[in-house]
Design a protein around this ligand. Structure first.
Ligand code: NAP
Length: 251
């Protein structure tokens, strides 16, 4: 079968690749030929499971433990990745957390940790890869935002702000680096079945599903396949965009 996504010889770095959307994205990008650098926070076993799946499918992969919120740790990790793989063609800023509360109950740490991981984490990765992207005059950055970043959400002021910030970052990078052959897009998933949404009550999930025109929660495969498309030459004239993957929820 022809590899329609043409990712052979590409190196892809995925943050938050130890489970959920990031893990499936790593496996899918590898399936279409990319070599994979998985960055994860603390779940060494999860990262190993993702890496083993890629190897079992005949792919190439290495894992890197790094707190994406830490500027210096990201610098060192990018140095290791460039030493191991020589380049990064595709960067997927996927690592993210929630600390949902009404603003009245939200403390400084709830705010800072979400902004530091979700938004500053993406800046850290982009910042340390910027010189090599410019030098290679090619690159593809995909930031994992959320419909909460497009529309806001009750009880998610910190999370929504971080995800809105990612959209601003995406559009700015698209303008700043477009002339150097670099594409930068954001995706905005809706309700996707992962560990992040496992904690939501069944009542809330049923309510959400009822409002989704496609009448189901999204799967990690739904999101990963969109990332593969955006990372591929098929999407080479798309930049600075926010693509909603929400089954029509926000129509
Ligand atoms: P998940 O299952 O909770 O996975 C989150 C990933 O982020 C894990 O691999 C985790 O790795 C990593 N991570 C967290 N903090 C980190 C840190 N400081 N440094 C490095 N890695 C870190 O979440 P998910 O549902 O797959 O979500 C992935 C992305 O999609 C997130 O950005 C999320 O906001 C976004 N999103 C999800 C949904 C949804 O419905 N699930 C909807 C919209 C957007 P460790 O455990 O190893 O630290």
């Amino acid at each position: 079968m022809k590899n329609i996504f043409e990712l052979d010889d590409k190196v892809a770095l995925i943050t938050g690749g130890s489970r959920g959307i990031g893990a499936t994205t790593a496996v899918q990008l590898a399936k279409y030929g990319a070599s994979i650098a998985i960055v994860y926070g603390g779940d060494t076993n999860g990262a190993k499971v993702t890496a083993d799946t890629i190897v079992e499918n005949g792919g190439k992969v290495k894992t890197y433990q790094c707190d994406v919120a830490n500027f210096e740790a990201c610098k060192k990790t990018i140095e290791c990745i460039l030493a191991d793989w020589n380049k990064v063609d595709i960067l997927v800023n996927n690592a993210g957390i929630t600390r949902d509360k009404l603003v009245l109950q939200m403390n400084e740490d709830d705010w800072d940790s979400v902004l530091d991981i979700n938004l500053k984490g993406a800046f850290n990765m982009i910042r340390h890869l910027y010189p090599q992207f410019v030098k290679n005059r090619k690159g593809n950055i995909i930031n994992v935002s959320s419909i909460a970043g497009c529309d806001g959400n009750l009880g998610q002021a910190n999370y929504s702000s971080s995800k809105s910030g990612l959209i601003g970052l995406t559009k700015s990078i698209a303008k700043e680096l477009g002339s150097r052959g670099i594409n930068c897009n954001a995706i905005a998933p809706g309700f996707i079945s992962t560990q992040m949404t496992d904690s939501l009550s069944q009542e809330l999930k049923d309510k959400a599903i009822n409002s989704i025109p496609l009448k189901r929660m999204g799967t990690v495969e739904d999101v990963a396949s969109t990332i593969v498309f955006l990372a591929s030459p098929m999407a080479k004239y798309i930049t600075g965009q926010v693509l909603r993957i929400d089954g029509g929820l926000t129509l």
